[in-house]
Design a protein around this ligand. Structure first.
Ligand SMILES: Cc1cc2nc3c(=O)[nH]c(=O)nc-3n(C[C@H](O)[C@H](O)[C@H](O)COP(=O)(O)OP(=O)(O)OC[C@H]3O[C@@H](n4cnc5c(N)ncnc54)[C@H](O)[C@@H]3O)c2cc1C
Length: 317
C-alpha cells in the first residue's frame, strides 16, 4: 500500500464539474496528512483537455482513461479498480454526486474497502476519521473508518476548488476496459426540462411560500431580470408545480454557493439551509423577525415582500 490519494474527476456534457476541482483540494488535504502524492483520474470524454484543466497546484499525477464520452457505471468501476490495482493508494476520493454514488459503492465492494459517503471534512492520524452531517446539517458526526485503505465520497461545495497551475505528470492509463457490459448511456436529459444549473449561479434570487401564489411569480421575475440573477426556490414552490425541480435548493434539491443568495419569503427550514448555507452573502426578506433564515443571513429585511420587492426592482433599474 502507498500513502497516496486517488481522486476521480467528474465531467458532464464535455465540461468538468466544480466538484472535480473541490476533489483536488480535499485530496491534497488528505495527501498532506497521509504523506503521499495526489493522483487524479479522469475517465472518458476529452481526457486530454480535461487533464490540462485538472493540472492545478498540489496535483502530482493525472491518469487519463480514454473510454466513452459520458459517464458509464461499468467503465468507471473497471477504470477505478484497475488504477487502484496499479497505484495501491491509501484513499480513493469520489464525488458524492449522482454519478459518484452510482459507482463508488461498486468500487468499494470490488476492492473490499470501507466506504464513507457524504464527507464534509476528514482527518487522518494513523487512521481516517470522516465528518458527516445529519438531520439536515443540524448534527455533525465523526466516523472512525476501519481498515487501512478507504473509499470516501465528498459532498460538493464543502472545499474550495483548487486553483493555480500545476506541473503534474499526465499519462494515459490502459485500464483494459471490457465494454461488453450491461449498461449503456444513450443520452442526457436535464431533470425538470430546464437548461439552467442553479449550482453554477453567482447571484440567486430564491423564493418561498411567502409569495403565496403562482400569479405573483412575474413580480419576482422582474427582480430577477433587473438584477441579472438566477431564479431558484424552496421545495413547496416546486411541489406546487410553479417552478421545475432543477430550481429547488436544499437537502433534496441542489446545493448552491453563489456570491449572493437573496431569500424572499423563505422561512429557513434546515432542509432548505442545507442547500444554501455555503453562499457568500445571504440576504433575507421575511415578515417574521423570528424566521430562522435570519439566523444565517448576513443582511435581513423584516418586511412584506410585496412592498420590498418593487422597491428593490426600482433601485436596481
Ligand atoms: C425529507 C425532506 C426533504 C426536504 N427537502 C427540502 C429541500 O430540498 N428544500 C426545501 O426548501 N425544503 C425541503 N423540505 C421542506 C422543508 O422542511 C420546509 O417545509 C420548506 O423549506 C419550507 O419552505 P418555505 O420556507 O418556502 O415555506 P414556509 O416554511 O411556509 O415559510 C414561508 C416564509 O415566508 C414568510 N412570509 C410569508 N408571507 C410573506 C410576505 N408577504 N413577505 C415576506 N415573507 C413572507 C413567512 O414568515 C415564512 O417564514 C424538505 C422536507 C423534508 C421532510
Amino acid at each position: 500500500m502507498s500513502p497516496d490519494v486517488l481522486a476521480v474527476a467528474e465531467h458532464r456534457r464535455g465540461e468538468l464539474r466544480d466538484v472535480s476541482y473541490e476533489l483536488l483540494t480535499a485530496g491534497r488535504q488528505l495527501a498532506d496528512a497521509t504523506g503521499g502524492d495526489l493522483h487524479v483520474a479522469v475517465i472518458g470524454g476529452d481526457t486530454e483537455s480535461f487533464a490540462e484543466e485538472l493540472d492545478r497546484e498540489g496535483v502530482d499525477a493525472i491518469h487519463t482513461v480514454s473510454e466513452g464520452e459520458e459517464f458509464n457505471h461499468d467503465v468507471y468501476v473497471q477504470a477505478v479498480e484497475a488504477l487502484h490495482g496499479e497505484l495501491d493508494p491509501q484513499v480513493v476520493l469520489m464525488p458524492n454526486s449522482v454519478n459518484g454514488l452510482d459507482y463508488a459503492p461498486a468500487v468499494a465492494n470490488r476492492l473490499d474497502l470501507p466506504l464513507a459517503t457524504d464527507a464534509v471534512d476528514f482527518e487522518y492520524d494513523d487512521g481516517l476519521t470522516v465528518t458527516r452531517e445529519m438531520y439536515g446539517s443540524k448534527v455533525e458526526t465523526t466516523v472512525e473508518v476501519g481498515g487501512d485503505q478507504y473509499a470516501v465520497t465528498i459532498r460538493g461545495a464543502e472545499w474550495p476548488g483548487a486553483e493555480g497551475v500545476g506541473d503534474a505528470d499526465v499519462a494515459e492509463f490502459d485500464a483494459d476496459i471490457d465494454t461488453d457490459t450491461g449498461s449503456t448511456v444513450t443520452g442526457f436529459e436535464e431533470v425538470g426540462g430546464g437548461d439552467v444549473d442553479i449550482s453554477e449561479a453567482d447571484f440567486i434570487v430564491s423564493i418561498g411560500r411567502g409569495i403565496e401564489e403562482e400569479d405573483n411569480l412575474p413580480l419576482i421575475e422582474d427582480l430577477v431580470e433587473a438584477t441579472d440573477a438566477t431564479l431558484a426556490s424552496s421545495r413547496p414552490i416546486v411541489d406546487s408545480g410553479w417552478l421545475p425541480k432543477n430550481r429547488q435548493v436544499g437537502q433534496s434539491g441542489k446545493v448552491v454557493t453563489p456570491d449572493v443568495y437573496l431569500a424572499i419569503g423563505i422561512s429557513g427550514a434546515v432542509q432548505h439551509v442545507a442547500g444554501m448555507k455555503g453562499s457568500d452573502t445571504i440576504i433575507a426578506v421575511n415578515t417574521d423577525p423570528n424566521a430562522p433564515i435570519f439566523d444565517i443571513a448576513d443582511y435581513g429585511i423584516v418586511g412584506d415582500l410585496f412592498d420590498v420587492v418593487p422597491e428593490l426592482i426600482e433601485e436596481f433599474e
